[in-house]
Design a protein around this ligand. Structure first.
Ligand code: ASP
Length: 581
């Protein structure tokens, strides 16, 4: 037997027991007549002791072992004189009687410690060594737990886990497809799914009225910290349901995960409409860990000869409570912040309500003390508060203020890790107008149903149509989104027309779905959650990469296996592909 116990389980109850442990050598220390080795496996670390006086040959052998050697030892569990309360096994040690080296190891290129000396690129290259570190192990354990608990919950609600194909045809989720050439159908390509969207809808037509899948999806997008070319969704669909049923079912899932994984009881999730979210937070994924909601000031501040405000579509402000004593430098920093191209405001106006009760602003020239007092009253501000105001084009100003609000949240220490504020954002617009291409795009995807009462607007004012579409947001991150779907062929056809597809294009790409709708498609809807992101939020991490065993780097490369890579001429020939040089 290579082990009787793991390196994480021995304690005082085992003292005197003869055990065999196997694992990796974490570190070794020679102290006079004694050699100590910390032996590590997935479960923990156990201290081994070799005594020069008791068995000098064995002790000399132990002194030759290097970091990350794989060894197996036999020995007796003994109480430690020098206990380590920080370790699960810190009360005991093993008095080693026998040692075998199962494998040697080169010195690893970085230390296998919580605070390692290895940079990210190096750790990605030796990911199997990086994965030996506690942080990564904990992240993967958390992810595993979330997967298991998701299955438990959905299984208890009669959901069936059904696999859908990876070699499919393009699904328009809004990103570029990864494609795979077909050897047997030369010149033709499969696409890897951006999501199983159409398949899960077909499963509803087939009568499998509760489906889920923890499934890999592929999108060829530019990468950011929270994006990977392949990522995992908890993908779900239900038939014979209303939006209300879906929100309740998946709020149940979220609460179950909060409880079973983090042991947190969360209150019922607030629901706010997309329009409200934009008006109050300047974002469709508001962080509700703090308030600081927007107030629109057009009526209060226009018409006083301040051109910036007079010309603006929207003048909007927030109250940074307790910030009135910000220094000149701090205010300048904020002004620089909002003027950065990513934020895009042209300037920042402030009103200080000093602790001394004096109100001063950066626009005193244009506004009387009474004018300013009126704004202060609008915010029910108190001495000590600082009101920050942006003005300009409506949409841009809202989003700039949304960014400033988050920045203030950070500066004011209001984004506490471990504080979770989930919510539903509902009633998304169905479509989004793109100025550049001068056409509508589906805000969610083309299978999302318009709200029944808005259908008549599709011909006259399509931009005003709302959908039964919803997102689950936690702490400013979109964790999932879904919608009630179209299940009627005519409406689906109409939707494609609004999106600028000709009938032929629509038929060529989605004929299979529209045909299926002619064979008794039930009303249905669903949702998909970003599993990597959700794990990251629960784990308190910054990057989804840390919650994926083998992630890609920022250029979409796997630097460990060195992929993507060139393929052989023969392979290309077989696929009848010629590269354009
Ligand atoms: N397929 C959608 C997505 O990937 C989710 C859904 O509508 O269920 O965003």
């Amino acid at each position: 037997m290579l082990r009787t116990h793991t390196c994480g389980e021995l304690n005082m109850a085992h003292v005197g027991l003869e055990v065999t442990l196997s694992g990796w050598l974490q570190r070794a220390r020679d102290m006079g007549g004694l050699t100590f080795i910390d032996l590590r496996d997935r479960y923990g670390i156990t201290q081994l002791v070799f005594n020069l006086e008791v068995n000098s040959a064995l002790c000399m052998e132990a002194r030759k072992l290097g970091r990350e050697f794989v060894i197996s030892v036999k020995g007796k569990v003994a109480e430690r004189s020098n206990k380590n309360p920080k370790m699960n096994t810190g009360d005991v040690e093993i008095l080693v009687e026998g040692l075998s080296v199962l494998n040697v190891s080169k010195t690893p290129p970085f230390t296998i410690e919580d605070h390692t000396d290895g940079g990210e690129e190096l750790r990605m290259k030796y990911r199997y060594l990086d994965l030996r570190r506690n942080v990564n192990r904990k992240n993967l354990e958390l992810r595993h737990k979330m997967g298991i608990e998701t299955r438990n919950y959905l299984n208890s609600k009669q959901f069936l886990e059904i696999e859908t194909p990876y070699l499919i045809k393009s699904t328009p989720e809004g990103a570029r497809d990864f494609v795979v050439p077909s050897r047997m159908n030369a010149g033709q390509f499969y696409a890897l799914p951006q999501s199983p969207q159409t398949f899960k809808q077909l499963l509803m037509v087939a009568g499998y009225d509760r489906y889920f899948q923890i499934v890999r999806c592929f999108r060829d997008e530019d990468l950011r910290a929270d994006r990977q070319p392949e990522f995992t969704q908890i993908d779900c669909e239900m038939a014979f349901v209303t939006q209300e049923d879906i929100l309740n079912t998946f709020e149940g899932l979220a609460k179950h995960l909060f409880k079973s994984v983090l042991n947190i009881d969360v209150a019922d999730f607030p629901r706010i409409s997309y329009d409200q979210a934009m008006k109050l937070y300047g974002s469709d994924k508001p962080d509700l860990r703090f308030g600081m909601t927007f107030k629109e000031l057009n009526d209060l501040v226009k018409g006083k000869n301040f051109k910036v405000f007079d010309d603006a579509e929207l003048i909007v402000g927030i109250n940074a409570t307790g910030c009135s004593e910000y220094s000149r430098k701090q205010v300048d920093e904020l002004t620089e912040f909002v003027k950065r191209p990513q934020v895009g405001a042209s300037g920042l106006v402030y009103i200080r309500y000093g602790l001394d009760g004096v109100i001063k602003s950066s626009v005193d020239k244009f506004y009387t003390p009474e004018d300013l007092a009126a704004v202060v009253t609008e915010f029910t501000a108190r001495p000590g508060d600082l009101i920050l105001i942006l003005a300009g084009k409506e949409e841009k100003t809202r989003s700039a203020m949304g960014t400033l609000r988050l920045e203030m949240g950070k500066r004011m220490n209001l984004l506490q890790p471990g504080d979770f504020k989930p919510l539903w954002v509902v009633d998304f617009p169905l479509l989004e107008w793109d100025e550049e291409t001068r056409r509508f795009y589906a805000k969610h995807h083309p299978f999302t149903s318009p709200k029944p009462e808005d259908i008549q607007l599709l011909d006259t004012d399509a931009g005003a149509v709302h959908a039964n579409a919803y997102d689950l947001v936690i702490n400013g991150t979109e964790i999932g989104g879904g919608s009630i779907r179209i299940h009627n062929k005519e409406l689906q056809k109409k939707m494609f027309t609004v999106l600028g597809f000709s009938d032929e294009e629509a038929n060529e790409q989605f004929g299979f779905l529209m045909n299926a709708f002619e064979y008794g498609a039930p009303p249905h809807g669903g949702i998909a959650f970003g599993f990597d992101r959700w794990s990251t939020i629960f784990g308190g991490g910054d990057s989804i990469r840390d919650y994926i065993a083998f992630p890609k780097n920022n250029s979409g490369r796997d630097v460990m296996i060195d992929s993507p890579s060139i393929i052989k001429e023969e392979q290309l020939k077989e696929l009848q592909i010629r590269l354009v040089k």
